[in-house]
Design a protein around this ligand. Structure first.
Ligand SMILES: [Zn+2]
Length: 349
């Protein structure tokens, strides 16, 4: 049996559109709605929401086998307004620990609680070379020294508040998406690339007239970056769960952008040996380019479910993402490998 063909053009358009929808943890509704609209095209799926706001798509089939689940998260790193300074600029509280140097000078949108948005950019508070000289390079890049300069006429706290900005408003960093030679360079490929993998797998299977051998739940989770996304939302009769999330690329890592990776161990410990074996056998059967790896600073949504008491076999697979939680990059080869792996898993018992 060969796997259904993946429409790579569709994949690219979908992932670029999703990357361009701001969705820091806690402010994901537009991104969830976007995925929901896309998945509503497939009559095979029953869509629902958890109370926490995650999207669940169930593809039900008649089978004696217990259902399985796959999850990917649509929430990303970001920030909220922590303080409005006396000069009208903003101090931020980061969501999920974005690295300050990676967003210095980046454009941001501030989403006010009244539904308006204000443009701005992230700067160090000693930015002007003609004012601060060498201090501009020496100032530590941390929560105290990074600020948002708004593209609006304000030089006081009062004027900034008059723009509708309040403490706690969502701040989204521009993803800066570029597609070149099969590479996708963008912030927040973690984990929107893998949401695209799930959607592309569903589309390819549905359009080829094929379907999973047992019922499957797809959970598009919305609180992964703060550690508890998939803690809820996986029904208790699910026997196996696959977390689809980025693989770690960099010094000392086996993963790269051109393969999918099976993570054996991360900060939360080893995954499930039996399910790992099954996934390796499928990769070999279908010639899916894959690696195995160990991630040093990493926890997955599947582990959040385990910690919450979830009783499933759990594995973690995903495409290699270079410079994760920084200015990330993926390649179509790794993304296709991951999508194929998902289909191979669902089409075989
Ligand atoms: Zn992730």
């Amino acid at each position: 049996m060969t796997l259904p063909t993946i429409d790579t053009n569709y994949f690219t358009i979908f992932v670029v559109d999703l990357l361009n929808i701001p969705s820091p943890t806690g402010f994901v509704e537009p991104a969830i709605e976007f995925v929901e609209r896309e998945l509503s095209k497939y009559k095979q799926l029953q869509l629902s929401r958890t109370r926490k706001g995650a999207l669940v798509a169930k593809w039900e089939v008649k089978s004696d086998l217990p259902p399985v689940a796959l999850t990917a998260h649509v929430d990303t790193l970001g920030a909220v307004v922590k303080e409005i300074k006396s000069n009208g600029r903003l101090k931020l509280s980061r969501i999920g620990g974005i690295q300050w140097p990676s967003v210095e000078t980046e454009g941001v949108w501030i989403f006010t609680s009244k539904g308006e948005k204000v443009r701005g950019s992230v700067l160090i508070d000693t930015a002007s070379g003609h004012v601060h000289g060498a201090a501009g390079s020496e100032t530590p890049r941390n929560d105290d020294h990074m600020e948002v300069r708004l593209d609006a006429r304000t030089s006081s706290e009062k004027e900034t508040r008059a723009l509708g900005i309040n403490i706690g408003d969502c701040v989204a960093f521009d993803p800066r998406v570029e597609v070149t030679n099969g590479f996708i360079r963008s912030r927040f490929l973690d984990d929107k690339a893998c949401v695209a993998n799930l959607v592309a797998a569903i589309k390819s299977m549905a359009e080829s007239g094929q379907g999973p051998v047992r019922s499957v739940y797809f959970l598009i989770s919305n609180y992964e970056e703060v550690g508890h996304g998939a803690a809820a939302g996986i029904p208790s009769d699910v026997a196996e769960l696959i977390s689809v999330d980025m693989a770690v690329v960099g010094n000392g890592q086996e993963s790269d952008e051109f393969h999918a990776t099976l993570c054996i161990k991360d900060s939360g410990g080893p995954y499930h040996e039996g399910l790992n074996k099954k996934l390796r056998a499928l990769a070999e059967k279908y010639n899916i380019p894959y690696k195995t790896d160990v991630y040093p600073f990493y926890g997955s949504d599947g582990e959040a479910f385990w910690r919450a008491g979830g009783d499933v076999a759990l594995s973690l697979i995903g495409p290699g993402i270079d410079a994760s939680h920084n200015y990330e990059r993926a390649h179509m080869d790794g993304l296709i490998a991951t999508t194929n792996w998902i289909m191979a898993y669902l089409l075989n018992d």
